[in-house]
Design a protein around this ligand. Structure first.
Ligand code: KMH
Ligand code: ZN
Length: 271
């Protein structure tokens, strides 16, 4: 067991969910900022950010990211991590746009995959382009790994010098089309890491609780929030991002791991 404090990342809204599926989904800049505030109060130090346009549709518009960022910054201190994934099918240029606002972090998905019924396209060109924009803007990347082959892509990109020295890794497990959240998959991925490499696990749906608990015990970090988990337990919708985070924080405390505040999180990630 490690005594490194646990970094909790909260993906407060995501791109795929709708109000039809999750009625209290935060959509307006005000609602997203309030959700972020609640998440930080509950123990999150990183906010993984997607935004929505005036119609509630997923958007990579820079002006909306700017508005939401300001509203979050007015409310709380956190590490802001912009999504460059956007929604399935978002054009590459739009995906890159908000990174010019120089958030603390930005995501970088490491390969293409089936994403439920769709294709989440991350060709070699896409990854190189986003990685380039992230580096040009001096932003810290979080590499999103949905499948084992993407770890090989991480290694290849490193060999070619296409990634900065410092990055954080996020294993996103349980997307239909990627690796499931079977604990053996987490162990396989974790075993592939260099010593000292920081990592988080995001368990989609029913995988969230077992994966969070194992990551806490294994010295990793946890992502939990409505983008990945709309249920608190089987048949019981989560009431908020904060509710999901509070449970993870309680488990961490039982394991003797403190929950990292923003300052601690920055230190752990060498930011
Ligand atoms: N919405 C997914 C297709 C990210 O934020 O970097 C991609 C995604 C990854 O959510
Ligand atoms: Zn996302």
């Amino acid at each position: 067991m490690t005594d490194t404090p646990l970094i909790i990342t909260c993906p407060v809204v995501g791109a795929e969910l709708t109000r039809e599926v999750y009625p209290s989904l935060p959509i307006t800049p005000e609602e997203i900022a309030e959700a972020a505030r609640g998440a930080v109060e509950a123990g999150a130090s990183i906010i993984h950010l997607h935004v929505r346009d005036e119609q509630g549709k997923p958007s990579q518009r820079t002006d909306v990211f700017e508005t939401v960022t300001k509203k979050i910054r007015d409310r709380c201190d956190c590490i802001l991590q912009y999504s460059t994934g956007g929604a399935v099918g978002t054009p590459l240029e739009e995906r890159c746009g908000p990174v010019k606002l120089k958030p603390d972090m930005a995501t970088l998905s490491m390969g293409s995959m089936n994403f439920g019924p769709d294709i989440y396209e991350n060709t070699e060109h896409t990854i190189r382009t986003i990685a380039g924009v992230i580096q040009e803007n001096g932003v810290m990347p979080e590499l999103e790994v949905f499948d084992y082959g993407m770890m090989e892509t991480v290694a290849r990109f490193r060999r070619k010098g296409l990634l900065p020295e410092k990055y954080h890794l996020d294993f996103v497990l349980g997307v239909p089309g990627g690796m499931t959240g079977d604990i053996r998959n987490l162990i396989l991925l974790k075993d592939r890491l260099d010593p000292g490499q920081t990592w988080t696990v995001a368990g989609v749906g029913r995988y969230q609780l077992p994966l969070s608990t194992h990551a806490i015990a294994m010295g990793g970090h946890v992502r939990v929030g409505i983008e990945d988990n709309i249920y608190y337990r089987k048949g019981e919708p989560a009431t908020s991002n904060a509710q999901l985070i509070e449970r993870v924080a309680r488990i961490a405390q039982e394991f003797g791991r403190a929950v990292a505040d923003v300052e601690a999180a920055r230190k752990i990630l060498s930011m």
